[in-house]
Design a binder for this molecule. Structure first.
Ligand code: PLP
Length: 395
């Protein structure tokens, strides 16, 4: 274990099993460790580094902003947050924006907004229906929203107001809807919970049910949004529009930001009902504006779609070659590979040894979420390394 890793073990709460590498520098789709070794990065900061590491457009925007104005509080108008809000609204189906600092915080805001709507229009309804295997964040309320026992069990009792039901099953949502329900909250495609792709018609059926029941349809696009799945927002591929949407990960190239967006009719906060000290911070918003503008002007979503198809086909070929690969799935540049046994950690290590960073999704599955600017050649390189790593693990 290196010097830095020993220090980490001494000073940190052990909340995460880190891959034993200390990264010190990044450029494009590559990062370097403290010994100067180079890696191809298919973790991408957990789907955050959309434009790759240290993209010059983002770096320049951040440098200019930190030399101009770093923070003021939301007591005052500041320009970067207004420019970013306008760009988000003009390129989505939503009308109003609120900025926080993380995905979890954006989802908390979404649920508060839905409860506010319930108080105003639905006789005080406050329950939110969410799906098993979902992931909505780490606060107590978002742990209750995330339908996964491993996140919930250590913290029971959890806040009330969340009903977890089976994913891909609109009947389960209908059965869970009562006069207390104010919203349904889903990831269009479940990320952390397994890269689970919705079956045909599911999201549209949920959307129709929400309309029929008079409740809000919330999409958590924190992982799927901003080009990741091959369109700017995943909802575009499923013919649905949410009343409320949350974004975070890929928005500001790694600066902390979380965004809650709503249609006008669902935008029911009044002054003082929600807030944030750092949310809408000029530096994060300047990075967000530079990132989003680049994504839109250069059709980065289109690159994610094309290169994502190439990635899925490469992973599919590996599935034909190795019988212990049981499934390959995903959309755009969000993909997973599942194994018949719990070998994911060994594969992560074998890839690391060969210069490729990948994410362990579950004990028996890997997730791939490279920067959206990755090329087909870089995907070929990654597939080549993965092929060798899989051979080494199977023999
Ligand atoms: C990562 C993620 C979150 C939580 O975001 P944080 O920034 O870690 O708080 C919420 N929802 C989804 C779908 C995510 O992928």
């Amino acid at each position: 274990m290196s010097h830095w890793q020993e220090l980490e073990h001494r000073y940190f709460m052990p909340t995460v099993e880190r891959t034993p590498v200390t990264l010190v520098r990044g450029q494009g789709v590559r990062v370097w460790d403290d010994a100067g070794r180079e890696y191809l990065d298919f973790v991408g900061g957990w789907a955050v580094d959309s434009l790759g590491h240290c993209h010059p457009v983002v770096a320049q925007a951040v440098i200019e902003q930190v030399q101009t104005l770093i923070h003021t509080s939301n007591q005052f108008y500041t320009i970067p947050q207004i420019r970013l809000a306008e760009l988000l609204v003009k390129n989505s189906c939503l009308d109003k924006v609120f900025f926080g600092n993380s995905g979890t915080e954006a989802n908390e805001g979404a649920v508060k907004l839905a409860r506010r709507y319930g108080k105003r229009y639905l006789d005080g309804a406050y329950e939110v229906v969410t799906a098993y295997a979902s992931f909505h964040g780490r606060t107590l309320a978002m742990v209750a929203a995330s339908g996964q026992a491993k996140f919930q069990e250590p913290y029971i009792p959890l806040p009330v107001g969340f009903i977890n039901v089976e994913y891909n099953n609109v009947e389960a949502i209908k059965a869970a809807t009562t006069s207390q329900t104010c919203a349904v909250m889903l990831e269009p495609l479940q990320g952390e919970g397994g890269v689970n792709v919705p079956s045909k018609g599911y999201l549209a059926a949920v959307r129709d049910w929400c309309e029929q029941a008079g409740i809000l349809f919330i999409l958590d696009e924190i992982q799927t949004g901003l080009g990741r799945t091959g369109t700017l927002f995943a909802y575009e591929q499923y013919g649905v529009e949410p009343d409320i949407m949350t974004l975070a990960k890929g928005l500001a190239s790694g600066l902390p930001i979380g965004t809650l967006l709503a249609k006008d009719r669902a935008s029911v906060f009044t002054p003082g009902e929600h807030g944030s000290t750092f949310g809408g911070n000029p530096v994060a918003c300047a990075a967000g504006y530079a990132t989003l503008k680049f994504i839109i002007e250069n059709d980065i979503a289109g690159n994610a779609r094309r290169v994502g198809e190439h990635l899925l086909s490469g992973l599919g070929k590996l599935k034909e070659k190795f019988s212990f690969i049981t499934d390959v799935r995903g959309r755009g540049l969000l993909a997973a590979m599942e194994f018949s046994s719990e070998i994911a950690q060994s594969v992560v290590t074998a890839c690391l040894d060969r210069g490729l960073l990948v994410n362990k999704l579950k004990p028996n599955a890997l997730r791939f979420m490279p920067p959206l600017v990755v090329s087909s050649r870089e995907v070929d390189e990654a597939i080549g390394i993965l092929d060798k790593a899989l051979s080494s693990v199977s023999s």
